[in-house]
Write a protein of this length. Structure first.
Length: 219
């Protein structure tokens, strides 16, 4: 695990974007020695903890946006026999976040570039909670296809990001696997975000201890 010191919170005036991928499905994972996502809320819970932290630091007026891969939770809802979309909505209501559902990966870039008037509202914090590999955020890993995905954000797509969407010295962090091995360099080139942080090891079933969360388990 990469251990990092807590840094001072950025100014309230910008936007805090938490990008959340979907969970895997039991039908694919049950054959693995170490299955992923026993709990459907693995990544949602991590985003919730981070949101609690931001609200405590910044107050109720901070603009916090959740970008969540919707189809993953609709599919997992059938396995769980629960309305996961509504459950996620209760978190939105409790913490007063701007909840934006997305499907294809290009919609993430569309939001970064145009989701707010970027000449006025810059992204000061961008964090990813989900499955990934060294070159790609994998939003529906092991959902439709075993150990693969149909919705992703590849590092070759990052040149489409308008770097002016990000504030100077924006805080950018991936909580996914292996992105520090390659993707971090592409993010820096695309956004000039110097403060990329990365977790090299996976968040399996929501278990991690990082100073970002006060050493607590995420999940």
């Amino acid at each position: 695990m990469v251990t990092l010191a807590l840094r001072a919170a950025p100014p309230v005036g910008g936007e805090y974007v938490l990008l959340v991928g979907g969970p895997s499905m039991y039908q694919w994972e049950k054959y693995k020695a170490v299955p992923h996502d026993h709990w459907w809320a693995n990544f949602v819970r991590a985003a919730r903890l981070r949101t609690e932290q931001l609200r405590a630091q910044l107050g109720t007026d901070a603009k916090i946006t959740w970008l969540i891969y919707r189809q993953g939770y609709e599919d997992r809802a059938k396995q769980e026999h629960q309305d996961l979309i509504s459950l996620i909505g209760t978190v939105r209501d409790k913490f007063n976040v701007n909840l934006v559902w997305f499907g294809p990966g290009h919609e993430v870039i569309d939001y970064i570039n145009n989701g707010q008037p970027r000449d006025q509202v810059k992204i000061v914090d961008f964090e990813y909670f989900g499955h990934s590999n060294r070159a790609c955020f994998m939003f529906d890993y092991s959902n439709n296809i075993d150990s693969a995905c149909k919705s992703w954000l590849h590092d070759s797509d990052l040149t489409k990001i308008n770097r002016r969407a990000f504030a100077r010295h924006a805080y950018v962090k991936s909580w996914g696997c292996h992105t520090g091995e390659e993707m971090s360099k592409k993010w820096y080139a695309a956004t000039d975000a110097h403060d990329w942080r990365d977790r090299q090891d996976a968040i399996h079933d929501g278990r991690t201890a990082d100073p970002h969360f006060g050493g607590r388990q995420v999940g």
